[in-house]
Design a binder for this molecule. Structure first.
Ligand SMILES: *Cc1c(COP(=O)(O)O)cnc(C)c1O
Length: 396
């Protein structure tokens, strides 16, 4: 017998979402997640993945993953501290530390998990966290889990950060104060003001935490936002994900050896959840090797991003203030944004609409994520479809 209370809760709330047009149905891909995807038998130009460098379908990574399965099987068999640490895990962590220019690194099962793990291993109820208001959901949840006081900071507002850092440190209420930010903000494509953040952190002895999920593989010759600004030895926690530019799945923290040693004995997803599979690790190691040896894919990514931005801008679209290949196309009205995305889809472009509450009300946008794997032909076709739909809907 199932619970009536639960059923009532689900029916009420699902209906409520559906009535408000907020219920999200999920498309199933019938193909690999590449620059062209197949949904319901239709081929679409894919501008919605985080597969920035096209590595999710790279032959070199596939080969490495296949070999790892042959040699090590499909699962790690246990949590890392029991006997689930394979040589491959150690190798990946050494490669990541080298890649990030830090003393050490620790791998987790996802970027989301990383934030659950790392924040609460260091921060507790006697501490405070200064958190940018546009930080990713996993940062917010990680902060909540730690039970530290969360102090919201206006987005990339350095005066607000300095003021709140001063108040928090001078109040005497907290043992430790951390400042935490995305490296690249995924909705607008803007970059965190890390030089100023680090300066404020030094002034008030704040712990610095940068989640560079969208910056790694994209900025700083691939090493990310922190490297981009030359701050590798000034940021305490560098979080990265293996699921975006790296093209696989997993997450990591890179930092000082003492920090990583502490996370290995105190972070709960590391201690109580089985580790990454051999195939994931081997493919990730290969990806880091590819990125360390050549900047070809990053250059292609940026060239494609610039090309798409230029094309959309020339047509008269509002593409915001992105500083990275992330290309929002701001429509404004929520309903119109959703209709725009639907029409693009019908014409052959898969670009998702992003509306309130993910972004502020009235700033609904279709977000384009060009990758290194897109061809000029695909981007030209995209721009032509944008022109057609934009004119049809009186947006341009
Ligand atoms: C995507 C993202 C994550 C989650 O990474 P996964 O590896 O997909 O779990 C964490 N933080 C930020 C800032 C992200 O953009």
């Amino acid at each position: 017998m199932s619970s009536n209370t639960l059923q009532q809760f689900l029916t009420t709330n699902l209906n409520d979402l559906k009535e408000k047009g907020l219920y999200n149905t999920i498309d199933s891909l019938e193909s690999a997640n590449g620059p062209i995807i197949k949904i319901d038998g239709r081929e679409l130009i894919n501008l919605s993945s985080n597969n920035y460098l096209g590595l999710a379908t790279d032959e070199r990574l596939k080969e490495a993953a296949t070999k790892a399965i042959t040699d090590f099987g499909v699962g790690a068999g246990a949590v890392r501290t029991i006997n689930g640490t394979l040589k491959l895990h150690d190798e990946l962590e050494e490669k990541l530390a080298e890649f990030k220019h830090t003393e050490a690194a620790i791998a987790y099962q996802s970027g989301f998990n990383c934030n659950m793990a790392a924040i609460s291993a260091v921060m507790d109820k006697n501490d405070a966290i200064l958190s940018d208001e546009l930080n990713h959901a996993s940062i917010i949840d990680g902060c909540r889990l730690s039970k530290a006081k969360i102090i919201r900071v206006k987005h990339s507002d350095m005066d607000d950060l300095r003021q709140k850092a001063k108040e928090a440190t001078e109040s005497g209420l907290y043992n430790k104060v951390m400042v935490i930010t995305d490296g690249v903000f995924s909705m607008d494509g803007d970059i965190a003001k890390l030089p100023e953040i680090v300066q404020i952190a030094e002034e008030f002895d704040l712990i610095t935490y940068v989640d560079d999920a969208h910056g790694s593989g994209v900025l700083g010759n691939g090493a990310g936002t922190v490297k981009h600004f030359g701050l590798s030895d000034k940021v305490d926690f560098q979080i990265g994900t293996l699921s975006k530019a790296i093209g696989v799945v997993g997450g990591y923290v890179a930092g000082k050896k003492d920090l990583i040693d502490w996370l290995k004995v105190r972070s709960r997803p590391f201690l109580f959840s089985t580790s990454l599979t051999p195939a994931d690790i081997a493919a990730s190691i290969k990806a880091v090797e590819v990125l360390s040896n050549s900047t070809e894919l990053q250059e292609k990514l940026w060239a494609n991003g610039d090309y798409l931005k230029k094309g959309l801008k020339e047509l008269g679209f509002d593409i915001g203030e992105s500083e990275t290949p992330i290309t929002p196309c701001i429509i404004g009205d929520e309903v119109k944004t959703q209709e725009f995305s639907k029409r693009l889809n019908e014409e052959g472009v898969y670009a998702k609409s992003i509306v309130f509450p993910t972004v502020p009300q009235g700033t609904g946008r279709v977000r384009n994520m060009p990758t290194a794997a897109h061809t000029k032909e695909m981007l030209d076709k995209t721009i032509a479809i944008y022109q057609k739909v934009g004119k049809e809907m009186n947006i341009i």
